[in-house]
Every structure is written in structure tokens, then in C-alpha cells.
Design a binder for this molecule. Structure first.
Ligand code: UD1
Length: 423
């Protein structure tokens, strides 16, 4: 099992270029199921979740070809409708094929994703909303089966709670439904807007993406398109925190700072200095440590839960008390115990963690438990004295493209190694 070895304390300087957003790329890949024409997707990150989605599409009869940064998705056998458990269990977001399959092929069979490390994460809102579009939904041998032999029909749907992939699934399904769909309580994430932009380029009629009410006028068919996915705001936010911890002048290139507004506002209030350009964040060496800060994770445009763990690593080096409240997921504090093993002082009460900083971190072996927790451990390892081994980095590989190479180019002392099967 591969690990990272990090020697902490190295200063970071130079330019890091942000990859395309995994969470935009996944629904965009799923949306290719809605058309028989080729789709050209630009800027997909080369991370494991994308490879998994491409495998799911291959099972569903599509081919993905890669050339010069463009992924071409071509429909082959458009008859398969079953996304099996072997793939879905490795990536919950496989559930994004449910909406497009039932809309375009009148039938979908998708294994029910199992529990995952950051809470129960059910898909009941996806299913209830698809049922409102007229899909017949049932559970068979651990798979969700959705059928609409006569096609889907537009409806007025209110999500009981904001769900990102739920909103995306419904946007895709409603694009091919007969008549008008009004979706209320929608996620407003930039990734939802990106999917809407791609669907519009395919011929869908969508208005209101980026607000909590989205209207979709169904069309008879969708065509191919060329679409570039937006940059990964979570990756950009992670490098921003690395630069605040250890930077001697870091330029984070190819990101959209506007997508990080809540994060930038909070960090600026804690004393961080940086400048923003339309597509870059420039972080000079910090004159003094940040002061402790309070953050509460919220749906976009609030502070993203996907940066909560990394912010906690940052808080270990801030002056005084920080408070981190997680409201989106239960059980998203697995990184706390590992950060404590490195020397952080953190107490957790329910959904609230209190971090006392600054604390001297000392390298040891730590275990990654999920994608974003892994990034937090890497940040802590970059700061810690001596050697830190981050185990189970396959979590990190799901969503960060070439993280060790990007950090090493900035001057970090980090390497991937494989100790062999028995270690
Ligand atoms: C997406 C992101 C993930 C991010 C999360 C929240 C992708 C591929 N993943 O995940 O990185 O952390 O948004 O920003 O885009 N819920 C239900 N029933 C449902 C759906 C959701 O109870 O049917 C609950 C979840 O358990 C969670 C909350 O709603 O507590 C929000 O989850 P949701 O927005 O759906 O997260 P994902 O779309 O899975």
C-alpha cells in the first residue's frame, strides 16, 4: 500500500497549477449518457474517481479516449443499464448515472452505495425526486432499480435538504423529461452551475442554476458538445493553506478565487495576506501567524465541508483558540485523532472541535481515513518536525492530482513509496 514520506519544515515557493474539479468532472462524465453524439471534455483531472467513473461508463457501453488533455466520450452499446456494486462501492458518486440512465434509456440499475467513512450518506432524496418525475423505483438485491418505460414527466420538486449530487442527478433527468420541472432547495455549488452549462451546450433548457430554484424545460434529445470543467476550488484551497503555513511566495495558478470567497474572507479576517486575480491567488510570505478562527461548514456559498479538515491542520499553527463546526456530515472528524498524534491540541464535542494553537507538531506515522482528511495530514506533515509517514494515501489519490509532485515542485520534501505487501 503506497504511503507518503514527508520531512517537515521545508519552505514553499513558486507556482502551483490547479487541476480541473473532480466534483464537476464526475457529473459532466455522467451527463454524456444523455446523448448518442460524441462529447469532448477538457481539463478532467487524472485522479482515481475519474478513472472509476470512466469504468462505470465503459460498463454502460461508452468509450473514453484521452488525447492532449481532451477526453472524448463516445456512445457504443447504449443498452447496458447496470452499474455494479464492485464499482459503486469504491465511489458513491457513481450514483450520478442514475438520473441520466433512467431519462435516456428508461431504466437504471445502480448498486446502492454502502456506508462511508464520513457518515451514512443516504440517497433517499435522489430517489424520492426521481419518483416525482414518474420513475418507478424499487430495491432489488442491493441495487436501486429505476424504470420509466414511457419516459419521465416534468414536476415541481422541493429537496428536503440541499444535496449536491441529488441536484445534479435531477438536472440531468429533467433535461430529457417531458414538460417543465421546477427544482426547489437546490445546491448552488459552482459544480452544479458547471454541469448546467454543459447541459445547455448539449441543448438543454435550464435557468436558475446557481440559485436555489432551477427550472428545466425538457427537450426531446440532447446533442454532443465541447466543455471545459471548472478548476478545483478544494484543491486550490488546500494549496492556499499550505502556502499560509510555509509559503515564501506561492502563486496558485488557474483557479477561480471567487469560488473560494467564504474561505478567503475567513482567512483574511484571521490575518492572512494574499491577493486575488481573476484566475490566480498570490500568497506572499506571512509576516505573522494567523490568529485563531471560527468556522462553520455550510452549503455553498458557505465554508465548504471539503476544506474543513485542512482548515483544522491550519488552526494547529494559529495563535489561540479556533473553533470548527461541521454541519454537513456526521462523523467528519476522523482526522482529529491523527492530528493529535502529531501533537495538535484538539477537543471534540459532537459536531464542534476546539483547536488550541500554535502547537509544535512532531512527525510520526498517521493513517488517512478519507480524501480530505488525507490532505489535512499532508499539511500537518509539511509543518511537523522530522519525518511523517502518511499511510493509506489511496484516499488522497481519489481526488488530488499528483499532489506530491506539485508540492515537491514548490520545495516540499515529500515522496511516495511502496513498502511492499507485508508492511
Ligand atoms: C457532494 C460532494 C462532496 C461534498 C458534499 C457536500 C461530489 C461528487 N461530492 O457530495 O465532495 O462533501 O457534496 O458539499 O460532488 N443527504 C441525505 N439524503 C440524500 C442526499 C444527501 O440525507 O439523498 C445528506 C447527506 O448525508 C449529507 C447532506 O445531505 O448530510 C449533504 O450531502 P450531499 O450534498 O448530497 O453530498 P454529496 O452530493 O454526496
Amino acid at each position: 500500500m503506497e504511503k507518503f514520506r514527508i520531512f517537515g519544515g521545508a519552505r514553499l515557493a513558486g507556482t502551483v497549477t490547479i487541476s480541473g474539479a473532480k466534483n464537476a468532472a464526475l457529473p459532466c462524465l455522467a451527463a454524456t449518457l444523455l446523448t448518442a453524439e460524441p462529447v469532448y471534455l477538457l481539463g478532467l483531472p487524472r485522479v482515481r474517481d475519474i478513472l472509476t467513473m470512466e469504468k462505470v461508463l465503459a460498463i454502460l457501453g461508452e468509450h473514453c479516449e484521452h488525447q492532449n488533455g481532451t477526453t472524448t466520450v463516445v456512445m457504443g452499446r447504449a443498452t447496458e443499464t447496470h452499474a455494479p456494486y464492485e464499482l459503486v462501492r469504491t465511489m458513491r458518486a457513481s450514483v450520478l448515472v442514475l438520473g441520466p440512465l433512467v431519462a435516456a434509456r428508461q431504466r437504471a440499475r445502480v448498486a446502492l452505495p454502502g456506508g462511508c467513512a464520513i457518515g451514512a450518506r443516504p440517497i433517499d432524496f435522489h430517489l424520492a425526486a426521481l419518483a416525482q418525475l414518474g420513475a418507478d423505483i424499487r430495491l432489488e438485491h442491493g441495487d436501486v432499480v429505476a424504470e420509466a418505460p414511457n419516459g419521465l414527466r416534468g414536476a415541481e420538486i422541493t429537496f428536503p435538504k440541499v444535496t449536491v449530487t441529488g441536484t445534479e442527478n435531477l438536472l440531468m433527468a429533467a433535461s430529457l423529461a417531458v414538460g417543465r420541472t421546477v427544482l426547489r432547495g437546490c445546491a448552488r455549488e459552482p459544480e452544479v452551475c458547471d454541469l448546467a452549462a454543459m447541459l445547455q451546450a448539449m441543448g438543454a433548457r435550464i435557468s436558475g442554476a446557481g440559485t436555489d430554484t432551477i427550472e428545466v424545460e425538457g427537450v426531446g434529445e440532447l446533442g454532443g458538445c465541447t466543455h471545459r470543467v471548472i478548476p478545483d476550488r478544494i484543491e486550490a484551497g488546500t494549496y492556499l493553506m499550505a502556502a499560509l503555513l510555509l509559503g515564501d511566495g506561492v502563486r496558485i495558478e488557474g483557479c477561480v478565487p471567487a469560488h473560494l470567497a467564504a474561505v478567503l474572507e475567513l482567512l483574511a479576517a484571521a490575518g492572512a495576506t494574499f491577493t486575488t486575480e481573476e484566475h490566480a491567488l498570490v500568497v506572499p510570505r506571512q509576516d505573522r501567524p494567523l490568529s485563531g478562527f471560527s468556522l462553520t461548514t455550510r452549503e455553498y456559498p458557505g465554508f465548504p465541508t471539503d476544506l474543513q479538515a485542512q482548515a483544522m491542520a491550519l488552526a494547529t499553527q494559529a495563535q489561540g483558540r479556533s473553533e470548527v463546526v461541521e454541519t454537513i456530515f456526521e462523523n467528519r472528524f476522523h482526522h482529529v485523532l491523527e492530528l493529535k498524534r502529531l501533537g495538535a491540541e484538539i477537543t471534540v464535542e459532537g459536531h464542534r472541535a476546539i483547536v488550541q494553537g500554535p502547537r509544535r507538531l512532531q512527525g510520526t506515522t498517521v493513517m488517512a481515513s478519507d480524501l480530505r482528511a488525507s490532505a489535512a495530514l499532508v499539511l500537518a506533515g509539511l509543518v511537523a518536525e522530522g519525518e511523517t509517514i502518511v499511510d493509506r494515501i489511496y484516499h488522497l489519490d481519489r481526488g488530488y492530482e499528483a499532489m506530491e509532485a506539485k508540492l515537491a515542485r514548490l520545495g516540499a520534501r515529500i515522496a511516495r513509496f511502496n513498502p511492499g505487501p507485508f508492511v
